[in-house]
Design a binder for this molecule. Structure first.
Ligand SMILES: N[C@@H](CCC(=O)N[C@@H](CS)C(=O)NCC(=O)O)C(=O)O
Length: 244
């Protein structure tokens, strides 16, 4: 199988299936097509369109089978590798896992727009508006509910939403980085969950590769003072073009 992705520093959708495959120990070949200066760079679109009719990443190629949309990729992997337990085995846990994964896939636009994924920097906390605060509160609530109802009772004893790592964790992994990057604090359950996701071998390896990337995508670099620069070797030529 080949997984087509883009820049690890910026492509939150790419991270989701990549982390799922990596954490579940499913072998795949990574094909990374770096964005141009913007996300709709025509050259990038042309290259990506050879892999997926949707012209976006991620895309999974399995022989003649093409799968796109992160959630469809996860369902394909679940069908293809039933022994890997992409979703929790318990039907009630699985129902919640699919519900919250879908909620993530379709929602939280305010948070996603205001706080683009960027593993390179950390910014000072600040009021990012009511809609962002509503998204943050809902995500914290989801994590708390999943841990209380299922995660804490799972025989695996794992620290993830449903105990053992599942597709639900892969869907929320990029959000954990937004909280870190933008200094957004959660309750104790939320903070422990962020540490668990970011402590996985898969996430640490993704992050290391992201910080070593030589690319800047101006669209996703926000105009705020940088408290911590995890990529000091890479200085942008021009000031950021966008403020949030
Ligand atoms: N709903 C899609 C979103 C995919 C997406 O927007 N990917 C971004 C990269 S993180 C992309 O390809 N952007 C390029 C574009 O929109 O042209 C999914 O779940 O896979």
């Amino acid at each position: 199988m080949k997984l087509v992705i883009a820049n690890k520093n910026h492509s939150s959708w790419s991270l989701r299936p990549w982390l799922l495959l990596t954490e579940l120990g499913i072998p795949f070949e990574e094909v990374l097509v770096p964005f141009g200066k913007t996300f709709d760079d025509p050259e990038w679109k042309r290259t990506i369109s050879a892999f997926t009719p949707a012209g976006k990443v991620p895309a999974l190629l399995d022989g003649p089978v093409q799968v796109w949309e992160s959630i469809a990729i996860m369902e394909y992997v679940a069908d293809r590798f039933p022994e890997k337990h992409v979703w929790p085995s318990d039907p009630a846990a699985r129902a919640m896992a699919r519900s919250i994964a879908s909620e993530m896939h379709a929602g939280f636009q305010a948070l996603r727009n205001a706080c683009p994924m960027n593993l390179a920097w950390e910014h000072a906390p600040r009021d990012r508006g009511e809609k962002v605060a509503t998204d943050v509160a809902r995500i914290n609530r989801i994590w708390r509910d999943a841990r209380e109802r299922f995660g804490e009772k799972d025989p695996s004893g794992g620290p993830f939403l449903f105990g053992a790592f599942s597709a639900a964790d892969a869907m929320f992994a990029p959000v954990t980085t937004r909280f870190t990057t933008y200094g957004i604090r959660l309750d104790a359950v939320g903070e422990a969950y962020i540490a668990a996701v970011q402590g996985t071998a898969g996430f640490r390896s993704w992050r290391m590769a992201a910080l070593a990337e030589p690319w800047i995508v101006e669209e996703d670099e926000i105009d705020e003072p940088v408290l911590v620069d995890h990529r000091p070797h890479l200085r942008r030529a021009d000031p950021p073009s966008r403020s949030s």
